[in-house]
Design a protein around this ligand. Structure first.
Ligand SMILES: Nc1nc2c(ncn2[C@@H]2O[C@H](COP(=O)(O)OP(=O)(O)OP(=O)(O)O)[C@@H](O)[C@H]2O)c(=O)[nH]1
Length: 330
């Protein structure tokens, strides 16, 4: 049996990993993917944001793949080798705060896993607009850059050329070995993006575990913080929402407290609207787009995930509940 190639997608919160994954699926219609979606939170929204195909999509939620649920990853990989699922390539989209070296380690250290899977490479998506601020403040983001075999500078149209040059220069100092590319909406032009063969080469890429140490050296960041200052708050509601109240709530909240929110994403049931409303925010104003139509046979449930520093659940919950739809004169 040939070992199935594995691509790990990393990148800090909101850098464009899911966008890239959807792009890859569209660009490779003849490849059958198995996809593992890991989300830092109780509910997994990313798997619902992946374009619907007949791919095998597996969710690993409620923890970060690189630490608490590493055992779950291992179990899932063992399930994937039973022959029950048909696929040519495995993609693992890690949470925006994962340490990729721990995920890669699963493929490089276990004999059984190694015979069934072959790690092709780790691709790191970078949000060109905020990466310098993010790597200065978040050790995990710096580790992601350090560990990458291939770097995609995304959202390039949102920054000027001088900023882009500075970003590229800084990142190449941190990781001079990685090849890179500039994109918008993660539309990579690299033909061999799924065949990087990063671990075939005789280069010092198997530096598992060195990431943290180097990150500390470069950035002077303190001890491993095991994400304790980053919280994820997930909510599920059966009530429908009032669009105007919702827009107002998110716009005002982010204008006042935006610095605390790294990432917001959600699928929202809006009263009187037949399609899902998708909300996305990456350290800034909320962006609302239309998602797929609700089917008659499904419960129109709202799912919201907030990731940021010290986010208080009760305060968030109170604010969101004020946006429930209330029929007039009630
Ligand atoms: N302006 C702009 N927005 C982009 C670009 N690429 C992606 N986005 C948007 O950025 C937001 C985050 O993109 P995702 O692909 O969900 O990012 P992610 O890395 O998967 O996010 P997490 O899984 O939460 O870490 C979405 O609203 C995307 O539509 C880009 O090149 N330019």
């Amino acid at each position: 049996m040939n070992a199935v190639p594995v691509t790990i997608l990393t990148g800090f919160l909101g850098a464009g990993k899911t966008t890239f994954l959807n792009y890859l699926i569209k660009k490779h219609p003849n490849t059958k993917f198995a996809i593992i979606e890991n989300e830092f939170g109780e509910i997994n929204i990313d798997s619902e944001l992946v374009v619907k195909t007949d791919e095998n999509i597996f969710e690993l939620s409620n923890g970060c793949i690189c630490c608490s649920i590493n055992g779950d990853l291992f179990n899932l990989l063992n399930k994937l080798v039973t022959g029950r699922y048909k696929y040519d390539h495995l993609i693992i989209e890690t949470t925006g705060i994962a340490d990729p070296s721990a995920v890669a380690g699963t493929f490089l250290t276990d004999y059984n896993i190694q015979t069934a899977f072959k790690l092709d490479g780790t691709i790191c998506l970078i949000d060109a607009e905020n990466v310098l601020e993010v790597i200065a403040n978040e050790e995990e983001a710096a580790k992601q850059v350090l560990f990458a075999d291939y770097i995609i500078f995304n959202k390039c149209a949102d920054v000027d050329q001088a900023t882009l040059n500075k970003v590229a220069e800084t990142i190449s100092k941190i990781n001079p070995l990685a090849e890179s590319e500039f994109t918008n909406y993660a539309e990579s032009k690299k033909a061999e993006i799924l065949s990087l063969k990063a671990y075939d080469k005789e280069k010092p890429r198997l530096q598992l575990g060195l990431g943290a140490k180097s990150a500390q050296n470069i950035f002077g960041i303190g001890q491993e913080q095991s994400f304790h200052n980053i919280v994820s708050q997930s909510f599920v509601f059966d009530q429908s929402f009032d669009l105007l109240k919702l827009r107002h709530y998110f716009t005002v909240m982010l204008a006042i407290q935006g610095a605390w929110f790294y990432r917001i994403k959600g699928i929202i049931n809006v009263e009187g609207i037949s399609r899902r409303l998708i909300i996305q925010s990456v350290k800034g104003a909320p962006v609302f787009t239309e998602g797929a139509a609700w089917r008659d046979d499904e419960t129109r449930q709202t799912k919201l995930v907030f990731i940021g520093k010290e986010l208080k659940r009760d305060i968030l919950e109170r604010g969101i509940k004020q946006c429930f739809y209330k029929p007039a004169n009630l």
